[in-house]
Design a protein around this ligand. Structure first.
Ligand SMILES: NC(=O)c1ccc[n+]([C@@H]2O[C@H](COP(=O)([O-])OP(=O)(O)OC[C@H]3O[C@@H](n4cnc5c(N)ncnc54)[C@H](OP(=O)(O)O)[C@@H]3O)[C@@H](O)[C@H]2O)c1
Length: 369
């Protein structure tokens, strides 16, 4: 098969496209003929050699943890998946790659609805899984107000849409050039950086009388449970109610608001997707580290903030989010924002583009020229 690969660590130019041995589906896995694959921050870190995982990476290595395509092999023990089915999802993240190739093996997947373009499906897997896992862990449910630090990126843009689908109100941070983008996703935009609490306080104070137009679309959905759970035409996994699915976890949002010395009234929860060092401010804004979760800041646990790392840390995964994404996509309520699409032969350009801001969602590689 052909595959994007690198035989040494370095800049995007170390990526080449050439022959590579085909992988095969192991137990619980499916193999797909890839239509599209995503470029994720972890791919850039592994390729450059800056990832701590570089020492356990056999070279040459195929980058990519997200892919979509047509199933051509079904592994032992898999039920409900058939050759010829169009799916999207993620590789086994413990393998650290394998998606940017003619064939890839998926560990987590869901049926791709016709409404979801390949370029979105190929890039969405880990962002969807991560967003779902984080919202589950935070206990995001109807009526809560969630602050998302880093709302315009691959994960943040999914978090915003999923949180709104769960009935939450979302405030998202981004650089000013991205404010219109995240407002279109349904979040109230605010600039990140020093003074965040002051800027949010203005937004929140304005909410009560009268509700500013920017908050209205989110607020209007706040009392509406997810339509996914009520959609019997959705696939098996989509029938998992995204709200009840979190009922058994320790809900961070249950930390009583009145017991919190919060800097900003009304912000129930905060999710740090950016890892930009703002956890102390997010703790101050919510009033407690128990209401904050980070995906990218390893200082979190020292501050009492949960750090979610997924399967790599033995956490329950957010697999059910893939089918929810499919169902919401069919309803026109979800999309993977795709900033740029490159053919695999131009993978070096794609990696270079993914390393540059401003970001508006994902970078996708297509298997066809
Ligand atoms: N723990 C996990 O399971 C897990 C899973 C997936 C990803 N991650 C990590 O999560 C992070 C985000 O991933 P991604 O795919 O969303 O990356 P991405 O697409 O590159 O997005 C990064 C985001 O960070 C924002 N940002 C940059 N500087 C910021 C600052 N100073 N304050 C606040 N936001 C800032 C950017 O906003 P602007 O473009 O508006 O500047 C952009 O939206 C990465 O570190 C990734 O490794 C963790």
């Amino acid at each position: 098969m052909f595959a994007v690969q690198f035989g040494r660590f370095g800049p995007p130019e170390v990526l080449t496209t050439g022959p590579f041995p085909e992988p095969h589906a192991g137990p619980g896995e499916v193999r797909i003929r890839v239509e599209a694959a995503g470029v994720a921050p972890v791919d850039l870190a592994l390729r450059s050699g800056s990832s701590p995982s570089r020492d356990r990476l056999p070279l040459p290595h195929i980058p990519g943890v997200d892919a979509a395509g047509v199933i051509d092999e079904v592994g032992a023990g898999v039920t409900g998946a058939a050759v010829g089915e169009e799916v999207f999802g993620t590789v086994d993240v413990a393998r650290l790659g394998g998606a940017s190739a003619e064939y890839a093996v998926l560990k987590l997947w869901a049926a791709k609805p016709p409404a979801m373009p390949w370029t979105q499906a190929g890039a969405g897997g880990t962002s969807i899984e991560t967003a779902t896992r984080a919202l589950d862990r935070l206990g995001v449910r109807p009526g809560v107000t969630l602050l998302v630090e880093g709302a315009a990126g691959g994960v943040g843009s999914v978090v915003v849409q999923f949180a709104i689908a769960r009935g939450a109100r979302v405030i998202g941070t981004a650089r000013p050039e991205n404010h219109a983008f995240i407002a279109r996703l349904g979040a109230v935009p605010v600039a990140y950086g020093p003074g965040l609490a002051d800027r949010i306080r203005t937004l929140t104070l304005g909410r009560a009388e009268p509700a500013p137009a920017t908050l209205t679309p989110v607020a209007a959905r706040a009392d509406r449970p997810s339509d996914v759970a009520r959609d019997d035409s959705a696939s098996d996994v989509a029938r998992v109610d995204p709200v009840s699915a979190v009922a058994e976890v320790d809900l961070a949002s249950d930390v009583a608001r009145e017991d919190r010395p919060s800097a900003v009234a009304g912000i129930d929860l905060a999710l740090d997707v950016a890892g930009a060092g703002s956890l102390p401010e997010l703790i101050a804004i919510t009033g407690t580290p128990a209401a904050v979760l980070t995906l990218a800041d390893f200082t979190g646990p020292r501050l009492g903030v949960g750090l979610s790392r997924g399967a790599l840390a033995g956490e329950p995964d957010g697999w059910h989010g893939l089918a929810q994404a499919a169902a919401l996509s069919e309803q026109g309520r979800f999309r993977i924002p795709v900033q740029a699409v490159f053919p695999m032969i131009r993978a070096a350009e794609a990696h270079a583009a993914a390393a540059q801001g401003p970001r508006q969602g994902k970078i996708t590689l297509t298997a066809r020229p």
